[in-house]
Design a protein. Structure first.
Length: 335
């Protein structure tokens, strides 16, 4: 269920009568009032991202959990199909009546609780809108989903190749006498970090078929570590797109703690069957590397923001020398 709060969504202040009237649905509410809700077709959810501006309107993006109770899809009245939980998009111009306009389903029962949205992205010059959502397969043992994730690793490889190609072309256009603008350099570093994270995501995804080898306590340890790493990665991507230096610094501090806690899983004594096991050890290593690369993304966000705010550097003076005119009649033999 998604709730719309008066303080966040309503365009008008409540009347004195509304402000003093008891709200039977509120429990210890402070400075907000419930004005509307939506049942999201009965789909459980975690992350809720809101975007509101005059150009694009008022929208809510909801990341759903997997159907952990019965592993079954639910009916989507919009399409008339049974769909596994994914990502829901709601229009909230009238906060008292939020309207679900679309649901992006997963092909199998998996977790897509993370969702992030960027409007009019300018760092690559495209001005495009992006919706970024996650899909977790390992702790559910979803082998098909894992194989799909592994196949999509190639898409990130192509992204990194394209950024590197444009960077090289920009360098050549300067005749080898200089390097492209700092923004392109940051894009290249970010693409490399994403490419390496995608490699580890593919490695983790291919382990999904072996998750049955883990005991339930091992699964739970892996699940908790995965949640923390995904949260750090979400925060790093958000800082990269927004240029929020404070958020980026916080993300780096958090990532350091996440790396330490994930690494501790490898050192934790275990009496379970097979100890930590090869599957868990490989997954933990990739999770640790992913959190470290997320910290790299946050650091790129800081450097990018600092350079955007720095005053432009004045051009260096150009040395000029007087050109002597060649004596007429001697052509190219003049010295």
């Amino acid at each position: 269920m998604v709730l719309t709060a008066g303080a966040a969504c309503s365009r008008q202040m409540p009347t004195a009568a509304e402000a003093t009237a008891p709200d039977p649905l509120a429990e210890d509410a402070q400075n907000v009032r419930l004005v509307g809700h939506h049942d999201l077709q009965g789909r459980t959810a975690l992350v809720v991202t809101t975007k509101s501006d005059p150009a694009n309107g008022n929208w809510v993006y909801v990341g759903h959990h997997d159907a952990f109770r019965d592993d079954q899809p639910l009916l989507n009245p919009i399409t008339g199909k049974m769909e596994f939980n994914g990502t829901s998009i709601l229009e909230t111009s009238d906060p008292s009546k939020p309207r679900l306009v679309w649901h992006i389903p997963n092909e199998t029962n998996r977790n897509s609780r993370g969702v992030f949205v960027v409007y009019d992205y300018q760092h690559d010059g495209s001005g495009r809108d992006y919706l970024i959502r996650n899909s977790e397969a390992l702790t559910r043992g979803d082998k098909a989903a894992g194989e799909e994730v592994a196949l999509r690793d190639g898409e990130v490889d192509r992204l990194q190749w394209m950024v590197a190609k444009h960077y090289s072309l920009a360098h050549r256009s300067l005749g080898g006498a200089g390097w492209p603008a700092a923004g392109m350099h940051h894009a290249l570093l970010a693409a490399r970090a994403l490419e390496r994270m995608a490699d580890h995501a593919a490695r983790i995804a291919l382990l999904a078929g072996k998750v049955d080898d883990l005991t339930e306590p091992q699964r739970e340890s892996l699940r908790q570590g995965t949640v923390r790493v995904v949260e750090v990665l979400d925060a790093a991507v958000a800082a990269l797109f927004s240029g929020d230096v404070r958020a980026a610094n916080h993300t780096i501090d958090t990532a350091i703690g996440v790396v330490a806690s994930v690494d501790a899983l490898r050192r934790r004594p275990s009496s379970h069957r097979g100890g930590l096991g090869e599957t868990l050890a490989l997954a933990v290593e990739s999770l640790s590397r992913t959190a470290a690369y997320a910290a790299d993304l946050a650091e790129i966000a800081i450097n990018q923001a600092i350079e955007r705010e720095a005053p432009p550097t004045p051009p260096a003076p150009v040395a000029r020398t007087a050109a002597r005119e060649a004596p007429r009649g001697r052509g190219h033999d003049a010295r």
